[in-house]
Design a protein around this ligand. Structure first.
Ligand code: BYC
Ligand code: FE
Ligand code: FE
Length: 469
């Protein structure tokens, strides 16, 4: 199952033996490349970028490094190794052998979820397309492009499934994935967060911390799927996802580290004075955090969801790390959902979105704790925190209820008054944008961000991660 570099589409799915599928994918490929050149990273397409390319799924093959031009990146199709005799781990078909084909009666449900997953991948590339122009360092520029090409590969992963298992409908959906665009008022991306603009690097780091982490949890749920090719694809995608969240966690951490240095130099935590020094005050960081965390919470869907119950029953989507649970049928238990009208007891299957969201929130806490330790070590009595999951929601039980970041119900006028102190204002965004000046000398960093602890793949921080000439 080695990849063959002489093939147009590197893969470990034996494409060469399936001429029909190969033709379908080869037909889609130029459309993808067109999309990449129009909607992918602006400029830098002819520069050599130090990228990690997946050339296989084993420990050696999935991280092979070298300078490549982005359009020459080998977007391939890789499924994690098949687990012999794998059994369905949850839902109505629990204990039966996993499926190598999609059962006819579940086709449209599987297709809908694969399309939704697939839609987010190119959406994120579109959202990030202008960031290269204002990179804070060559190191960061390279990380941005690494994330972008991998999200492109994730699109390939979903398109493979659509082409291989969904016939004509699947091919049409694959075209649609290139036709919708982030923020397009006529033809937007499917999920809310993926239509939010990302015009500055603080937003990029928050997005990779919070929104790519939704990716982690959704991919974990899909890795449990009874449809084995979907499970295997998502298992492999998770290995790439880890780097995206690393970019987010270390990115936000480096912004905070620089802020703390400035605070120590000037001996105050006054936001205005910190801004005068060209650093980002912690109040503004908290606002960006509030925005991207709450937007990402919406990506888990409604707390009480018949879609989620159906997905679980039919073996489409399990819970993240399903094996950790004792009961995989979830027919008799109920779950307490926090709603504006009090606690509502619902059948566990209908609460699966909330179960996944809670696991996500716990995972989000880890980085916040690390950042707070940095702040404490710098001797400042300030903490960052995740807002309540009730706050600033547009999906689910709390969508129409105004609360403050602690989750206390408040009136519309209290909300309107509070919002500028809880979420980035136009003025905040303008200030952050004013910091976004391009720095491209190897090893140099923009003034608002500290250097990383180490470079990529044992290279020094001042390595030429992107060759600009
Ligand atoms: N925005 O019962 P409901 C990633 C829709 S991130 C807009 O509440 P359900 C990545 C929903 O579609 C991972 N619409 O929720 C990260 C439904 O519409 P229809 C992406 C929303 O269906 C960074 C209706 O509301 N993967 O990979 O149980 C960079 C009622 O649905 C939203 C997936 O999401 C929203 N936020 O769950 C790159 C996995 N939320 O069908 C990549 C696949 C809900 O009635 N998707 N709606 O028209 C799913 O599993 C489910 O579709 C969802 C929603 C969890 C998203
Ligand atoms: Fe992805
Ligand atoms: Fe990602």
């Amino acid at each position: 199952m080695d990849i063959n570099y002489s093939e147009k589409i590197p893969n470990n799915v034996n494409l060469a033996t399936d001429r029909k599928l190969q033709r379908a994918l080869e037909h889609w490929q130029p459309h993808f490349l067109n999309w990449w050149s129009e909607q992918g990273p602006k400029d830098f397409q002819s520069n050599d970028v130090y990228l990690r390319t997946a050339v296989g799924v084993d420990a050696k093959g999935w991280a092979s490094y070298g300078h490549v031009k982005m359009p020459d990146y080998r977007w391939g199709i890789f499924l994690a190794d098949q687990i012999p005799d794998r059994k369905i781990g949850f839902g109505d078909y629990f204990g039966e052998p996993v499926w190598q084909q999609v059962p006819g009666e579940l086709r449209s449900q599987f297709r809908r979820i694969i399309v939704t997953q697939g839609d987010t991948e190119p959406a994120s590339v579109e959202q990030q397309r202008l960031l290269g122009l204002t990179c804070p360092s060559l190191y960061d520029l390279r990380n941005l492009f690494q994330v972008n090409v991998e999200e492109g590969r994730h699109l390939w992963a979903m398109v493979y499934l659509l082409h291989c298992y969904f016939g004509r409908d699947g091919r049409e959906e694959a075209e649609e994935l290139l036709a919708r665009h982030s923020g397009d008022s006529d033809n937007p991306r499917i999920l809310g967060t993926f239509n939010e603009p990302i015009t500055d690097w603080l937003s990029f780091f928050m997005f990779t911390y919070f929104t790519d982490r939704d990716g982690k949890f959704q991919l974990k749920s899909l890795s449990e799927s009874a449809f084995d090719p979907l499970a295997r694809t998502c298992r492999f995608m998770l290995t790439e996802e880890a780097h995206h969240m690393f970019v987010g966690e270390t990115g936000v951490g480096r912004v905070i580290r620089r802020t703390l240095e400035v605070m120590n130099e000037i001996g105050t935590d006054d936001p205005g004075t910190i801004r005068e020094q060209g650093a980002v005050d912690l109040v503004t960081i908290q606002k960006y955090l509030n925005f991207w965390f709450t937007s990402s919470l919406d990506l888990f869907g409604s707390e009480i969801s018949s879609n989620a119950a159906t997905s679980f029953a039919n073996g489409i989507k399990g819970r993240p790390d399903e094996a950790r649970f004792e009961d995989h049928l979830c027919l008799d238990s109920s779950y307490d959902i926090d709603t504006p009208d009090g606690i509502e007891k619902v059948g566990l299957r209908n609460a699966m979105n909330e179960v996944t969201r809670e696991a996500y929130v716990k995972d989000c806490e880890i980085g916040i704790k690390r950042w707070n330790i940095m702040i404490k070590r710098a001797n400042f009595d300030i903490t960052l925190s995740l807002p309540s999951t009730r706050f600033h929601r547009t999906i689910g039980s709390w969508a129409n209820q105004k609360t403050d970041p602690l989750g206390q119900v408040i009136t519309q006028s209290e909300y309107d008054k509070g919002i500028p102190t809880w979420l980035p204002t136009e003025e905040d965004r303008g200030f952050i944008r004013s910091l976004m000046q391009r720095v491209t000398e190897p090893g140099k960093m923009a003034g608002w961000i500290a250097p990383p602890d180490r470079g990529i793949n044992n290279n020094p921080v001042d390595y030429e991660y992107v060759r600009l000439k």
